[in-house]
Design a protein around this ligand. Structure first.
Ligand code: NI
Length: 175
């Protein structure tokens, strides 16, 4: 079911999410279906459960060829539960981000270049990956949602924050 995506200003986006206690349940399967349906219709790179008003540690993400991120390498579609992020070095890099909860805007956000993420798939099978670049950026953005952090809260230079259609004329898509 397509759900309404909460927008910045809604206090539910600022609350930390709880871990999932039971895997393989009908409730978790229904939540993932809603996340998939909603991310697909919004053409997003990722979506976290709190963005649809569910304060649980569940994120989905994946990028094939997205006109919003023309230079980004593909990110495999992933459903991740109870993620834990560990930076693999202290090196940071800046890059443009958008968010379905901050529609119509983009901003430059510093992120770790390389991170390890660990967690579980919806059936409880462990997932562990070491990633870099855009993949690392996406997972850091999604895990921030589980801590109640939106990307503008990570920005250091608000002069590089603006409306997508002004910043990137001709780029299709809402974000
Ligand atoms: Ni987001």
């Amino acid at each position: 079911m397509i759900r309404v995506v909460l927008r910045m200003g809604d206090p539910r986006l600022l609350q930390p999410s709880r871990p999932i206690a039971d895997f393989g349940t009908p409730e978790l399967a229904a939540l993932l279906q809603d996340l998939r349906d909603t991310m697909a219709v919004e053409n997003g790179a990722g979506l976290a459960a709190p963005q649809i008003g569910v304060p649980l540690q569940v994120v989905i993400f994946g990028v094939e060829q997205n006109p919003r991120y023309p230079d980004a390498e593909p990110v495999p579609y992933t459903e991740l539960v109870n993620p834990v992020l560990t930076p693999l070095s202290m090196a940071m890099e800046e890059g443009w981000e958008g968010c379905l909860s901050v529609p119509g805007l983009r901003g430059v956000v510093p992120r770790y270049q390389e991170v390890r993420y660990e967690g579980f798939d919806p059936l409880g099978q462990p997932i562990r990956r070491d990633v870099s670049g855009f993949h690392a950026r996406v997972i850091q953005h999604e895990c921030d949602h589980l801590m109640g952090i939106l990307y503008p809260m990570r920005m250091r230079d608000l002069s590089r924050f603006g409306f997508t259609d002004i910043l990137f004329p001709g780029v299709e898509g809402e974000e």
